[in-house]
Ligand binder design. Structure first.
Ligand SMILES: [Zn+2]
Length: 342
């Protein structure tokens, strides 16, 4: 099955045929179409207490800047100089700013959504990865969003305790033992990962590229659901033991796994996690606790695509550019494996 939006399928297919692909354009096995179809089925009524302000919304394809790599003419270029396209893409201005359209499924549950994510297109027959640098929303810790779209209580603890029905819209995050805010180190990793993914043919949806983005965790997830094929939120855990990489898996609680949209997509979260753990291991980096810890997260509760919170280390972990580059390479290896590209 092709794990791409229909509206981009033709262009990407053309790119595969006409340009030397960096990746093999193989079909993605084992990724059910239901995970995409669910987006059209989200018809939950907005809660009365939410009245999100309408946000400017730009239709896809209307904002390609001059010289954008999204122009069709680029796709069939006979030069075959694909590598330069990718490196330019990594250095170019964002192809498009993406605001939250409040008609999208679950968008009505967001309370902070005046910021814009940025979509970079490398124009290879690749996939779009949402890179969500954890935290970094001013005022996010004094606003609240519903933990689950159906209003049910959280089934595990975390930043918000089990049983709660509301959580901070975006928490502040932890502080590294050298005093650097977690939001800064997740950002630096996100920027490294962005460039690496673009260089390797992926499109990238960047949730945050500065110290602050006015997008709460629900808005970030809704944007990922609608503009990406995979959603990765980058975090460092609050412990100080340099314990290594792990992902936050879907709680093994029947009611949680039966709740939409979790029910339609949770096995893919877990499959993605296993690939990422393997990728990090290939890079020779430490894994904590088998690479998995269960947690009921807002992100997971609203995701309709393969989606994970990855804790790439903790407050004692090396967050130098060199080390973060290794983490990014591990994530790339995991994504390549997940999508079956070489
Ligand atoms: Zn965090």
């Amino acid at each position: 099955m092709i794990f791409l939006r229909n509206k981009t399928l033709f262009i990407l297919t053309a790119a595969c045929l006409l340009s030397p692909p960096l990746h093999i354009c193989s079909a993605q096995e084992g990724i059910p179409a239901e995970s995409q179809q669910y987006q059209e089925e989200g018809t939950l009524s907005p809660p009365d207490y939410m009245s999100p302000e309408p946000q400017p919304y730009e239709e896809e394809g209307t904002l390609s800047p001059p010289g954008s790599h999204a122009e069709e003419g680029t796709l069939g270029a006979p030069s075959g100089n694909s590598t330069s396209i990718f490196s330019q893409a990594g250095q170019s201005e964002p192809v498009k700013e993406i605001y939250l359209d409040d008609s999208l499924p679950f968008a009505q549950y967001s309370v902070i959504h005046t910021g814009a994510a940025k979509l970079y297109t490398s124009d290879v027959c690749g996939h779009t990865i949402c890179i969500n640098a954890g935290h970094g929303t001013s005022g996010g810790d004094s606003a609240q969003t519903l933990c689950h779209p159906d209003g049910s209580p959280k089934v595990t603890g975390g930043t918000t305790e089990a049983g709660a029905t509301y959580a901070m819209a975006v928490s502040y995050g932890c502080t590294m033992i050298d005093g650097t805010p977690e939001s800064s180190v997740t950002l630096s990793l996100a920027l490294i990962l962005r460039d690496l993914l673009l260089q390797n043919g992926y499109n990238v949806l960047m949730i945050r590229e500065g110290a602050d983005i006015q997008l709460d965790n629900v808005a970030r997830t809704v944007l990922a659901n609608n503009y990406a094929d995979v959603h990765l939120a980058l975090h460092y855990d609050s412990t100080a033991s340099d314990k290594g990489f792990f992902y936050l898996g879907v709680p093994d609680v029947a009611s949680y796994r039966a709740m939409e949209p979790v029910a339609s997509v949770w096995p893919l979260h877990e499959e993605l996690g296993q690939h990422l753990v393997s990728g990090i291991q290939q890079e020779g980096l430490p894994i904590y606790g088998g690479g998995r810890m269960e947690m009921d997260l807002t992100q997971t509760s609203y995701s309709t695509i393969p989606s994970l919170d990855v804790e790439v280390g903790d407050t004692a972990s090396d967050h130098s550019a060199a080390y973060q580059t290794r983490i990014a390479r591990g994530i790339l290896a995991g994504l390549n494996s997940f999508f079956g590209v070489e």
